[in-house]
Design a protein around this ligand. Structure first.
Ligand code: SF4
Ligand code: SF4
Length: 473
């Protein structure tokens, strides 16, 4: 979205990004000022809740299985306790598509609320690592001074302590991340049995730890601005009706400090720059909505405090759409959001239907390729079939394959004594069987055949196929 520039200040800010030093071209380190206010408090409590959820997640089990597991290597996924096996790929793809459309709808209507309030990157960065940095190094000015000063005992102690704590936290986060990938039991084995017994997992843990450490100690806001694909797609998703953190330029301009009793007509913005100082991505929100804004709301809290002090109404910076600010329009559902909402509703309906009708046991039956029929002893004819039975549950299943049609025919397993199959959790059994029929019963070339599949004694599927043989007159 192209936000409306304030004519007096032009669009010069679009020529550079806040993170690059205009003179040297090097990265401009951002030292955001400590902030406080109702939104910041709200975000702190919400972040604590989310962090508890995130760290406790791997320990929460349903029927001894994790509530969330994303084991990409073994292609095993559990989402809210529902297992998705490789055979569920279409359903999983639909789930992911629904999730992506949900994110798009949410962004079109409410901007980057996710980034500011729920994204793990922002939560860990602003609510954990940044707070530790303030605690050890002090507020933004003290941090800048410490960085610029010569290496001395104070600097070594402060920087050393900070980075040891940062790395320790990165190790904890890496362990949690690994637990979501391979399960908490495997992580526990790695810890108790040592790295030599789980070398692959240990290497993964080391890599994740260093990545998380670098992300929170060095890369920081570049994740949101340069690396995150969701952040980079903002320009496509937002429009003038999206709710974003916005500066009310109608009310705020012309900006400037107004001396007491000064009659000059000025806007409410006193140009104190406090909204810029607290911004973790180093931007000036008064320039309009920018790609760098993660909707952290720090500037809202800061500006509200300024407005309170100068006896002006709060909300000079607030959650609002560009249309609301520029034209005073109320909140409205646009055609675009309505269209996205319709697609989302449709996808959610489909997803609910497919999850509700998803089978615990999935069976496939095919005639063995390249074979028509075989002449057998006792004047009988046989057809051969291949089958596959998949147990998608976490429980053992007793499956039986029984012939229902044609009447008088028999089913005989190949390389297997019985048609009773015992399937363990996530087990796939494949095999073949013959259907044998007396030649005299074959009155046409193609006879319909039905095979019933029972699970734990209950009929769960009727598989239809055909039987071919020579016609007897
Ligand atoms: S904090 Fe508010 S008053 Fe101060 S510069 Fe920012 S918008 Fe203007
Ligand atoms: S402009 Fe405001 S909401 Fe956006 S990132 Fe900066 S401080 Fe946060």
């Amino acid at each position: 979205m192209q936000s409306e520039a304030i004519p007096e200040y032009g669009e010069m800010y679009r020529d550079s990004i806040s993170l690059v030093n205009k003179k040297t071209g090097d990265r401009q380190w951002v030292y955001p000022k400590k902030t406080k206010g109702p939104l910041y408090s709200g975000r702190t409590w919400f972040s604590i809740f989310l962090m508890i959820l995130l760290f406790a997640g791997p320990f929460i089990k349903i029927n001894n299985h994790p509530i969330l597991l994303l084991n990409i290597l073994e292609r095993k996924f559990i989402i809210f306790g529902i297992p998705f096996w490789p055979q569920d790929l279409p359903l999983f793809a639909l789930l992911m598509l629904t999730f992506v459309v949900f994110i798009i709808v949410f962004t079109v209507m409410f901007g980057r609320v996710w980034c500011g309030w729920a994204c793990p990157q922002t939560i860990f960065m602003e609510m954990l690592f940044r707070k530790i940095e303030y605690w050890i190094e002090g507020d933004f000015k003290a941090q800048k001074k410490l960085d610029e000063q010569e290496l001395n005992t104070e600097k070594i102690i402060k920087k050393g302590t900070k980075h040891i704590i940062f790395f320790s936290l990165a190790v904890i986060i890496a362990n949690t991340f690994l637990a979501y990938l391979i399960g908490i039991d495997e992580v526990a084995k790695l810890i108790t049995e040592g790295p030599s017994a789980h070398i692959g997992q240990f290497i993964a843990l080391i890599i994740f730890s260093f990545v998380f450490y670098l992300v929170f100690a060095k890369i920081r806001e570049l994740v949101c601005i340069v690396i995150c694909p969701y952040g980079r797609l903002q320009g496509l998703m937002l429009d003038k009706n999206s709710i974003v953190v916005a500066y009310d330029f109608i009310r705020g301009e012309p900006r400037g400090f107004k001396k007491k009793n000064e009659i000059k007509l000025q806007g409410d913005c006193v140009d104190c720059h406090r909204c810029v100082q607290v911004c973790p991505t180093g931007i000036d929100i008064r320039n309009g909505t920018q790609l760098e804004c993660v909707n952290c709301t720090a500037c809202i809290d800061e500006c509200d405090d300024v407005m309170t002090r100068i006896n002006k109404p709060k909300g000079l910076i607030r959650y609002a759409s560009q249309e609301q600010i520029a034209n005073g329009l109320g909140r409205r559902i646009t055609f675009r959001s309505a269209a996205y909402l319709s697609v989302l509703t449709l996808l959610m309906g489909l997803l609910t239907y497919f999850i509700a009708t998803r089978k615990d046991i999935e069976t496939t039956l095919l005639r063995t390729p390249g074979m028509l029929y075989q002449q057998q002893e006792n004047n009988r004819v046989s057809n051969m079939y291949n089958f596959e039975v998949v147990n998608k549950t976490f429980h053992e299943q007793q499956v039986s394959v029984e012939l229902a049609e044609p009447a008088g025919a028999t089913l005989k397993m190949v390389d297997r004594e019985s048609s009773q199959l015992s399937l363990g959790e996530d087990e796939i059994i494949t095999g073949s069987f013959f259907i044998l029929l007396d030649k005299t019963a074959i009155k046409q070339n193609n006879i319909s055949a039905k095979v019933n599949i029972y699970s734990n004694g209950k009929l769960i599927e009727v598989m239809k196929t055909n039987f071919v043989g020579p016609v007897t007159n």
